[in-house]
Design a protein around this ligand. Sequence first.
Ligand SMILES: Cc1cc2nc3c(=O)[nH]c(=O)nc-3n(C[C@H](O)[C@H](O)[C@H](O)COP(=O)(O)OP(=O)(O)OC[C@H]3O[C@@H](n4cnc5c(N)ncnc54)[C@H](O)[C@@H]3O)c2cc1C
Length: 321
Amino acid sequence: MNQYDAIVVGGSFAGLSAAMQLARARRRVLLIDGGQPRNRWSPAVHGFLALDGMAPADIRAQALRQLRAYPTFSYAAGTAQCADRDADGFVVQWTPAHPADAGGDAAKAHGLPPGAAAAQRAARLVLATGVKDTLPAIDGLAERWGRTVLHCPYCHGFEVSGGALGVLAAFPQSVHQGLLLPDWGDTTYFTQGLHEPSAEEAAQLQSRGTRVERVPVVALLGSAPQLEAVRLADGRVLPLRALFTAPVTSMASPLAEQLGCAFEQGPTGPHIQVDAGQQTSVPGVFAAGDAAAARHNGTLASAAGVLAGVSAHASLIMATL
Ligand SMILES: Cc1cc2nc3c(=O)[nH]c(=O)nc-3n(C[C@H](O)[C@H](O)[C@H](O)COP(=O)(O)OP(=O)(O)OC[C@H]3O[C@@H](n4cnc5c(N)ncnc54)[C@H](O)[C@@H]3O)c2cc1C
C-alpha cells in the first residue's frame, strides 16, 4: 500500500485545482478520477477566464499535463469504491479503469490485474466527486442535454441568444430563471402545472416580458441535438431555440456518506457541508466543487478546490506542531 499525504478523488475543476496546490507544496498526492465530469455533455465551457469556449475534455487534459510535471503527483484513472478512516488517516479502495493504461500511474506501479481493487493510504482526503443530474422525464429532453437543453444562462445563454427561449420549471426557484432569461431572448416560463408563480412573481415576470404557460410541455421536437419547438399536452406546438431547466442533483459518489460527512440541502439536492476552509464535518476530509456547494459553476468549483488543497496542506503542517 502506498502512503500519500493526500488523496484527491475526482479529477475535474475542483479536484485538479486541489491537487495542483498540494503538488506545488511538494506533497505526495494521488488523484483518482473516474473521467465522468458533469459537463461532459457540453461541447464547450463558457465563462471560465482565459479558457472560454474550450472543450471540457481539453481543459482537463491540459490541467493534467501540467500536473504531471510535478514529481510528487500521481494519477490513477479509476473509481474510488470506498474510504475508511483509521488511526493513521484514510484507506481508499479503488478500481482502475484500465490497469494497463498509460494513464494509470498508480495501477502500473502496483502491477494490478484488470479490474482489481487496490488500497491506497493517505493522511488527508479531498472529495471532489461532483454531482449527478436527474433530468425531467420528457420525451426528447435527455438527448439535447448540454446542447439545447441547458441548466445555466451564464454558461450557454449567449450561444442561443436572440431566439425564443423557455424555462421548464422544476423547482420553486425556477421562477428566478424566468426573470433572468429575457436578457438573452424572448422567454416563456412553463409551470408544468407544478410551479405556479405567486401573485408578486407573476407581476415580476410580466414586467420582464416573460409569458407564463400552464399547459405542460410533453415533448421536444426537431432534429436533436437541435431544438425547434416543444409540444404541449393540449397539442399546441411552440417554436423554441433552447429550453432551460434545473435537474435534481445527487452525490455522484457515496464516499462522503460512507465517511459520515454531514450534508446540507441546496436548491436542487444535498451537498456536503464544509467550513470556511472546505473541511467537512469529518476531520481530515476536505470537499470541494459541486459536491460541496449549492451553486454550481466551473470557476467556483476550481476556486473551492484551490482552497481545499491549501487547507489540506496547512492541516498537515498544523498536525506536526
Ligand atoms: C451540461 C453542463 C454544462 C455546463 N457548462 C458549464 C460552463 O459552460 N461553464 C461553467 O462554469 N460551468 C458549467 N457547468 C457546471 C460545471 O460543469 C460544474 O460546476 C463543474 O463541472 C463542477 O466541477 P467538479 O470538479 O466539482 O465536478 P465534476 O466536473 O462533475 O467532476 C467530478 C469528477 O469526479 C469523478 N468521480 C466521481 N466519483 C468518483 C469516484 N468515486 N472515484 C473517482 N472519481 C470519481 C467523476 O468521474 C468526475 O470526473 C455545466 C454543467 C452542466 C451539467
